[in-house]
Design a protein around this ligand. Sequence first.
Ligand SMILES: Cc1cc2nc3c(=O)[nH]c(=O)nc-3n(C[C@H](O)[C@H](O)[C@H](O)COP(=O)(O)O)c2cc1C
Ligand SMILES: C[S@@+](CC[C@H](N)C(=O)[O-])C[C@H]1O[C@@H](n2cnc3c(N)ncnc32)[C@H](O)[C@@H]1O
Length: 373
Amino acid sequence: MSCADREHPENRNLITVAWAGTVNSEPPMVSISVMKKRYSHDLIARSGEFVINLTDEKMLWAADFCGVRSGRELDKAAAAGLTYRPAEKMMYAPAVEGTPLSLSCRVTRTMEMGSHDLFLAEVEAVQVRADLMDDKGTVHLEKAGLVAYSHGLYQRVGEVLGFFGWSVAREEVYRQRMAVVRPEQGYELKSARFLAKDILQAAVHAGDRVIDATMGNGHDTAFLCELVGPGGRVYAFDIQSQAVRNTAERLEKQGLSDRASLFQEGHEHMPERVKEPVAAAVFNLGWLPGADHRVTTRWETTKIALAGALELIRPGGILLVCAYPGHPEGDRERNEMIRFLSGLSNRKFNVLRQSFLNAGPGAPECFVVQKLH
Ligand SMILES: Cc1cc2nc3c(=O)[nH]c(=O)nc-3n(C[C@H](O)[C@H](O)[C@H](O)COP(=O)(O)O)c2cc1C
Ligand SMILES: C[S@@+](CC[C@H](N)C(=O)[O-])C[C@H]1O[C@@H](n2cnc3c(N)ncnc32)[C@H](O)[C@@H]1O
């Protein structure tokens, strides 16, 4: 929530508020409960304004920070890397740039409840981030990656389970609506890489450390950054400057740069760079799509890197390798890898090989190793 001082509107502040909710629809009204001793309390009381900024995963670190430090001591927005923008209909209170949705609120009544004062307010404007609206102007908050606060924990707002009135909706209406809000509903065994994503999603959690051993164009690095969340870290390697550049650009665009360390270095140097246990290491072998096909991963260095990764992976963690046997070096790498992975002790590792038997000889294959202890 953002607010500002009536006398000195340049003094703006952010406060994290969980005791908040919708209380009326005509006129649209919300309430927030704020302790008297908070710096924000007087700013809101004097200006009669506040702006609710919904929090997504990218803003989560900042949201927590703004809930444990006071605006009396520091400029929280600057410290948390957030910027303000003007909020529609507000004279004083700003909104936070990049928030999925902001509500400009004007206080109509204040009630002393005991520990907190409850500010009742009318919502005078709603601003939605452009990428969350479709061409018909419908808001898709389900795509915002919102974070909920529940009993001391921040949790992802997850899978769509239904919609308002679904219990009485006709079947075709139900199907149509669900296809829009949950398009990934149908599960398709598309490719080895598709399965790999599912495995990673199950194995990697918020706050984890992981390795992307072959950055390439950064698709996997970005995906891993999403999985580890703002408190996690992705260590990514590639020998080509073009790969590091493409990955850095992708992360920048998606606002994920601060979750990754990118090394223009062979993955065989991984143990020199990564000094903590990781939840997963991902190898997507072969060449950089769109670049020189002669620059490809080679078994001699892949083998060293795989051994390094197996050391770094924590118990229960996952090594995932996608191999492309459609070219001579890829074929050699795949065959050597099968030999290498088959030799791992079954007391220490589970080793799985996945391939599509009817997809032709060059189809990618995925190998999954889980470290047992
Ligand atoms: C997740 C979370 C939820 C919070 N909810 C509230 C709330 O509903 N009301 C409140 O007065 N303080 C709440 N706080 C505490 C304030 O955000 C915190 O005291 C903050 O430092 C006050 O900032 P200020 O002094 O700059 O106003 C919450 C903190 C966190 C981390
Ligand atoms: C198939 S691409 C990776 C695709 C990438 N994961 C993505 O999501 O776009 C393989 C990459 O491995 C890189 N590579 C080759 N040898 C390497 C090595 N020794 N260490 C790290 N990366 C290497 C290549 O430069 C290439 O960019």
